[in-house]
Design a protein around this ligand. Structure first.
Ligand code: ATP
Ligand code: MG
Length: 432
C-alpha cells in the first residue's frame, strides 16, 4: 500500500479486540462521571484558531508548534483541529450562557490533535476525557476533582499512580516570582537551550517544564513558586491539602510543577505512572479562574483536568488482563428455499428480546456454516432449514459447554433460551 493510503503517522486505528477494551473502559468512566454528578457536553472538533491562541497562550508548545491549523479559503476563516478540550468547553459555556443559573459540572471526551513527534504514549491524534467544574471557587472542588480521580483508578483496578501537587498562585504572585526567575535564569543563560532562551523573557515558567536534562539541572536550583504565595493562595492550598489528607489521598508536593498551558492558577496537579516510561502523566489539570473572563465571559472561577486515554488504557490493559472478546450469543445458520425470511424474522425477534444474534451471510452448506458458527465464539447455534420452516420449528445446538442439539417449536424458543443464557441487552428493544 502506498504511504498516502495508510493511516497518517501518529494517528492510530483501534481494531476490534482493542476496541472492546476501550468500550469497557468508557463504560466504567461514564458511570463514574455520572456518580459524581458531571454532565456531558459535546463540542465540535474544529474551532477558530484564535480560541486556542487566546486560551492556551501564544508562547506554549501547543500554540507555537503543535496545532493543526489552516485557512478555510471559502470563508476566509482560520481554523484549528482542537488540541485540547477546555477552551471549547468554556467557549460553549459562554456562548450558551450555561452558567446563568449557577455553576456547572461538565465532562467531554474525544480525539485531540497535536503535531508532536509520535512515540509510545504520544500521538498526533489521541483521546482525552476532560472534567470541568465551571463557576466554583473553593478548594472543596479542587479536592473533589482529585478525589474522584483516585476513585476511578480504584474502580479500574489501576494502582501505583502518584499524585503531584503544586500551587502556582495568582497572576500577581506569579509576576513577582517571574522577575526573580528571569534574573536567576539570566545568570545561567549559557546552560539553557534554544527553547529555554527564547522563553526566558516571554514565558519563563515554561522553562521549569523543560524536558532537556541540562536545563533541568539549572531549574533544580531555581527559586520556587510556592515561596511567593500570598495569604489567600496559601490558605486555598492548605485547605486542599487538608481535604486530601482527610480523604486518605497521598500526594507529593512538587514546587516545580507548572502546566504546559497558560490558563492555570492556584492548584495544579498531575497523576503520574512510573510504568509507562517517559510519557508517564496520565491525567493533568488544575484551576483556571481567569479563563472564562479571558474568553469574553462574565468572570467566573473554574477548575478541571484531562485524562489521556491511550496512557490510562495502557495501564488498564494490564489490570483488566486479556479481556474476553465480545462474542455473539447466537449464530443463526440457515439454508433452503424460503428459509432466509424466516431466519431474519427469528433473528429480529431474538434481538428484540435482548440477545445478540449474528445471521450467517453468504450461503454455503450447513457444514461450512456450522464451522463459521463455531469460530464466531457464539454460545448457541440456531439452525433453520426447510424442515424447520415447514414445521414452524427451530433446531438449537449449544456450541459451548454441555447440551445436545434438539428441535423446538418456535413459540418455545425464548423460554428455552432464557434458561440457557440470560439476555444481555434486555430492555434495549421491545420483544416481539
Ligand atoms: P506532556 O507534558 O506529556 O506533553 P501536556 O502537558 O501537553 O503533556 P495536557 O495538555 O495537560 O498534556 O493533556 C492532558 C493529558 O493528555 C496528558 O497528561 C496526557 O496523558 C495526555 N496527552 C497529552 N498529549 C498527548 C499526546 N500527544 N498523545 C497522547 N496523550 C497525550
Ligand atoms: Mg504536550
Amino acid at each position: 500500500m502506498s504511504n498516502s493510503l495508510q493511516a497518517v503517522r501518529g494517528m492510530n486505528d483501534v481494531l476490534p479486540d482493542e476496541a472492546d477494551l476501550w468500550t469497557s473502559f468508557e463504560t466504567a468512566v461514564n458511570g463514574w462521571l455520572a456518580r459524581y454528578g458531571y454532565r456531558n457536553i459535546r463540542t465540535p472538533l474544529v474551532e477558530h484558531t484564535q480560541l486556542f491562541r487566546r486560551a492556551i497562550g501564544e508562547v506554549t508548545d501547543i500554540v507555537e508548534k503543535e496545532m493543526y491549523s489552516w485557512r478555510d479559503e471559502l470563508n476566509g476563516e482560520d481554523l484549528t483541529l482542537r488540541p485540547e478540550g477546555t477552551a471549547s468547553c468554556v467557549r460553549a459555556a459562554i456562548e450558551h450562557n450555561l452558567l446563568y443559573d449557577g455553576p456547572k459540572r461538565l465532562w467531554y471526551a474525544g480525539p485531540m490533535f497535536r503535531h508532536e513527534r509520535p512515540q509510545k504514549g504520544r500521538y498526533r491524534q489521541f483521546h482525552q476525557y476532560g472534567v470541568e467544574a465551571l463557576g466554583y471557587a473553593g478548594p472543596d472542588i479542587d479536592a473533589e476533582l482529585i478525589i474522584m480521580c483516585a476513585a476511578l483508578w480504584r474502580s479500574l483496578g489501576i494502582s501505583g499512580l502518584r499524585l503531584e501537587l503544586n500551587s502556582i498562585g495568582s497572576a500577581e504572585e506569579r509576576a513577582d516570582y517571574r522577575r526573580e526567575l528571569i534574573a536567576y535564569l539570566e545568570r545561567h543563560v549559557d546552560r539553557l537551550d534554544g527553547d529555554a532562551r527564547r522563553r526566558l523573557h516571554s514565558n519563563p515558567l515554561r522553562v521549569l517544564d523543560s524536558k532537556n536534562p541540562m536545563v533541568r539541572e539549572v531549574v533544580a536550583d531555581a527559586p520556587l513558586l510556592p515561596d511567593y504565595l500570598g495569604t489567600e493562595s496559601r490558605a486555598h492550598f492548605d485547605e486542599l491539602q487538608r481535604l486530601l489528607v482527610a480523604a486518605g489521598i497521598p500526594f507529593e508536593l512538587n514546587p516545580r510543577l507548572v502546566r504546559g498551558l497558560d490558563y492555570y492558577n492556584l492548584t495544579v496537579f498531575e497523576w503520574v505512572s512510573d510504568s509507562l516510561g517517559a510519557q508517564g502523566t496520565v491525567c493533568a489539570g488544575g484551576r483556571y479562574d481567569g479563563l472564562i473572563a479571558q474568553l469574553g465571559g462574565k468572570p467566573a472561577p473554574a477548575a478541571g483536568y484531562a485524562i489521556g486515554c491511550e496512557r490510562l488504557i495502557a495501564l488498564y490493559r494490564e489490570t483488566a488482563g486479556a479481556k474476553e472478546a465480545v462474542v455473539p450469543d447466537v449464530y443463526l445458520v440457515h439454508q433452503g428455499n424460503g428459509t432466509l425470511t424466516y431466519a431474519m424474522e427469528l433473528a429480529e425477534s431474538l434481538r428484540g428480546a435482548g440477545y445478540s444474534v449474528v445471521m450467517h451471510a453468504g450461503g454455503g452448506s450447513f457444514k461450512s456454516q456450522m464451522k463459521k458458527a463455531d469460530a464466531s465464539g457464539a454460545r448457541l447455534a440456531l439452525i433453520v432449514g426447510e424442515d424447520e420452516l415447514a414445521a414452524g420449528a427451530v433446531t438449537v445446538k449449544p456450541l459451548r459447554g454441555k447440551g445436545d442439539q434438539e428441535s423446538l417449536v418456535r413459540g418455545d424458543l425464548l423460554r428455552w433460551m432464557e434458561k440457557l443464557l440470560p439476555a444481555r441487552y434486555a430492555g434495549a428493544v421491545t420483544a416481539t
